[in-house]
Write a protein that binds this ligand. Sequence first.
Ligand code: NAD
Ligand code: TDX
Length: 332
Amino acid sequence: MQRLLVTGGAGFIGSNFVHYALDNTDYHVTVLDKLTYAGNRASLEGLPADRFAFVQGDIADPATVEPLVAEADAVVHYAAESHNDNSLHDPRPFLDTNIIGTYTLIEAARKQGKRFHHISTDEVYGDLELDDPERFTEQTPYNPSSPYSSTKAGSDLLVRAWVRSFGLQATISNCSNNYGPYQHVEKFIPRQITNVIDGVRPKLYGKGENVRDWIHANDHSSAVLTILEKGAIGETYLIGADGEKNNKDVVELILTEMGQAADAYDHVVDRAGHDLRYAIDSTKLRTELGWKPEYSDFEAGLAATIQWYRENEAWWRPQKAATEAKYKELGQ
Ligand code: NAD
Ligand code: TDX
C-alpha cells in the first residue's frame, strides 16, 4: 500500500483530496496540518481509521516534518496561506508557510529520496486581458501580482531548483479556481452563498467583470492522483476544466438558484492589484497523461455546492461572523 503524507489536508482542497484518494485508491493517508483559521478538523470526519491518520503541526518545523516524511512513500503538498485579501493586509504568514514551509518539506524529501508533488496555482502567471485569445500554458512566464501569488511562485521555483540541483523527485501542478464543499467562507462562492442564507446581499468587488476559470475540487483531486502516478519527474502540469465565468455571472447564478432576484447584490471596494482574468490550457495533462474532468456542468456543480452549504451550516457557522467583521473593516 502506498503511504501518502498530505500537508494542508484539513483545508478546502486538501480535505477534498483526502476523501477522494481514500474513496478511489487503497492508499494510506497521513495529514499534517497546523489547523490555522483555515483548517477544520471536521472536514476529515468519518474516514477509515486503518487508512487515515491526522497530525497537527507546522510544515515549517523540521522536527515535525522529518519523521513524517520518513514514514511516507510520497508527499502531496497542499498546505499554504491561500487567501489573496489576507495577503494584502498581513503578508508575513505567507512567507513563513508558503516559502519556508515548502523549503522545509523539500529538504526533508530530498534528504530521504522521497517522491514529492507540489500543489500550486494559475495565479503565478499573473493575469490576462478579457479579449486575449491565449490562455496560460506551462510556457507562460511567471508574473505574480499579490503577496499570496508571489509566495506561491517562489515556492514553485524552489521546487524546480531542488529538482535540477539536487535531483528531488518532484512534479508541480498549477490549478485554476476550485469550487465545492468544505471551502472557507472567506472565499468568493461560499461567502456569497452563506450571505444569501443569512439574508445579506452578495458583495461584488469592483465592476464584477473579473474572470475566473472554475474547476470542481474533485476534478483537481483526480488530476493530482494522475500526476502522482503517471507524471514525469521535473515536469509541471496545468490543471483546468474550461470553466471561465465572470464574477457577476457567478453571483447572478447563485442568487437565481437560491430564489432571489438576479440583481440583488452590492458592488463594494475593489481588491488592490485585482487580477482581471485567469484561463488555463490543460492540453499537456490531457494528451500526455490522459486526464479529463468529470464535472463539465458548472451550474449543476454550483447547485450541489449551494445544497452542501445549506445542509452543513454547523460546519461553516463558527467562522462566518469573524470573517464578515474583517471584510466590513475593509469596506468589502
Ligand atoms: P485553505 O486555506 O483552505 O487550506 C490551507 C490548509 O493549510 C489549512 O488546513 C491550514 O490549516 C493549513 N496550513 C496553513 N499553514 C500551515 C502550516 N504552516 N503548516 C501546516 N499546515 C498549514 O487552502 P486551499 O484553498 O485548500 O488551497 C490548498 C492549496 O491549493 C494551496 O497550496 C493553494 O495555493 C492551492 N490552490 C488553491 C486553489 C483554490 O481555488 N483554492 C487553486 C489552485 C491552487
Ligand atoms: O466577496 C468577494 N467578492 C468578490 O467579488 C470575494 C471574497 C471575492 N471576489 C472576487 C475576487 C476574485 O476576482 O471573486 C474572485 C474570486 O475570489 P477568491 O475566492 O478570493 O479567489 P482568488 O483570489 O481568485 O484566488 C483563488 O483561486 C486561486 C484561491 O483563493 C487561491 O488560493 C487560488 O490560488
